[in-house]
Write a protein that binds this ligand. Structure first.
Ligand code: ADP
Ligand code: MG
Length: 241
């Protein structure tokens, strides 16, 4: 009896939080004609594996800059950014591009799909670049599986112009998942969608998080921000909560 209870206690113990993203003292200065502009003024932020974190703040607060730092789209002026056991701030541009291609899935407000490729081909593109899945056939099968997972398997062979905005964002989510990244970063992913479509796209994120995906998302939407596991407020380049 005791033994059984112990086993149960072990199983029900909360999983040990496992840090995935670690930012320390991250600063970003942009060069402007009027001199350097400090868009991030020392950001300390830890995100554990499996967390769904929303970054909230007014326009100009530094949300996109933060996403660009975490994803390696742009480099910090000072500070440290570690993802998993990799020190992103120490990599050169070639190393960052390679790392990003197979470790980070990025989703943008305006989808950024290639208009001359079908939805499935858009999802296959990161696999082609990173050379991660062997044959074109295997890549297509994986793309179709991912499109199914986000609920638009039937649109696979259409061009992005032939599907709705919400469906385009689902294609972009499938594309972000293409190389099985360690986390998804989404910059205002529902910002160009009506509220009903935004809700549907948000539910795709919720489902992914249930399956163990780590997501960092910026948003203006207070209602959506209230439904994630943690909200980080940013104002004028600083975290304020
Ligand atoms: P948010 O995404 O929260 O709206 P951003 O991160 O885009 O904010 O921008 C933060 C601040 O940095 C803003 O004041 C913006 O004008 C400035 N900024 C962003 N990108 C650049 C750039 N490339 N050059 C100069 N200033 C920039
Ligand atoms: Mg922004």
């Amino acid at each position: 009896m005791n033994k059984i209870n112990n086993v149960r206690a072990l199983r029900e113990a909360p999983a040990q939080a496992e840090p995935l993203i670690d930012l320390r003292g991250v600063q970003k200065a942009y060069k402007t004609p009027a001199g350097d502009f400090l868009a991030l003024k020392g950001i300390d932020l830890n995100i554990d594996r499996g967390e769904f974190v929303a970054v909230q703040g007014k326009s100009g607060a530094g949300k996109s800059t933060l996403i660009n730092m975490v994803t390696g789209i742009d480099q910090p002026t000072a500070g440290e950014i570690c993802v998993g056991n990799r020190a992103v701030h120490e990599m050169n541009e070639v190393q960052i591009a390679k790392w990003r291609g197979s470790n980070v899935g990025v989703i943008f407000q305006f989808f950024q799909l290639l208009p001359m490729l079908t939805c499935a081909q858009n999802v296959m593109l990161p696999m082609d670049f990173a050379n991660l899945y062997n044959s074109p056939r295997e890549r297509r099968e994986r793309a179709l599986h991912l499109l199914d997972q986000v609920g638009i398997g039937e649109q696979a062979d259409k061009l992005p112009s032939a599907v709705s905005g919400g469906q385009r964002q689902r294609v972009a989510i499938a594309r972000a998942l293409a190389n099985d990244p360690s986390f998804l970063a989404a910059d205002e992913p529902t910002g160009s969608l009506d509220s009903k479509t935004a809700e549907e796209v948000f539910q795709v994120f919720e489902k992914l998080v249930e399956g163990g995906t780590t997501i960092l998302m910026t948003t203006h939407d207070r209602e959506l921000a209230s439904r994630v596991s943690r909200t980080v407020r940013i104002s004028d380049g600083r975290i304020i909560n």
